[in-house]
Write a new protein. Structure first.
Length: 189
């Protein structure tokens, strides 16, 4: 049922019918905090098991933004929606949603997770004090693919944030988080 709700949200974003309901951080009601905490921790374990570079980067990160399940759907117009948690050490310190819209040649649906390792004070301050962070605006976010991951080490980490996309499933090709808006939300008790 939770996945069905995410698909409906993604389609609503794609059709522009979600408007302020999905995009306003003050009106969004998320999944429960308990669900987001559990799913975010499981997603990190999955990422670390499949990508050892992510585990290395995590040790240097000031905070980690985890979106365990983002659903993307589209037919010419597309949208994606997911919810996640901000972790500092082992503590969850906030909850966020990830919303994106797109248009162009596209058809189908997919799900994926992504994690953003916030490496600099600049990135963390921007997330904390902006009305929503649009990836591609503000601090530099490098999306790490397999090739880049082989060349990253704790001594080469120079950017504000590093993003890893994982668990991609579905019928749409490719995933991009460029233009995704990340906004603070309030989870259900």
């Amino acid at each position: 049922m939770k996945r069905f709700g995410s698909i409906i949200a993604a389609v609503a974003v794609a059709l522009g019918t979600a408007g302020p309901v999905l995009l306003s951080a003050n009106t969004v009601q998320a999944a429960s905090a308990e669900d987001l905490n559990r799913d975010s921790r499981q997603a990190l374990e999955t990422l670390y098991a499949s990508n050892p570079t992510a585990a290395v980067i995590s040790k240097r990160a000031r905070a980690i933004l985890v979106f365990p399940n983002v659903v993307k759907a589209g037919l010419v117009f597309g949208g994606s929606y997911g919810e996640g948690a901000l972790m500092r050490g082992n503590q969850v310190t906030g909850y966020y949603n990830s919303v994106a819209g797109s248009w162009g040649l596209q058809a189908g649906a997919q799900s994926y997770g992504y994690v953003v390792f916030l490496m600099s004070k600049k990135a963390l301050t921007y997330l904390d004090h902006s009305g929503g962070w649009e990836i591609g605006v503000g601090p530099t976010v490098v999306v790490v693919n397999e090739g880049l991951a082989k060349n990253l080490s704790s001594s080469t980490l120079k950017d504000d944030a590093y993003a890893f996309i994982f668990n991609q499933q579905g019928l749409m090709a490719g995933v991009s988080i460029e233009g995704t808006k990340i906004s603070h939300i309030h989870p259900k008790p």
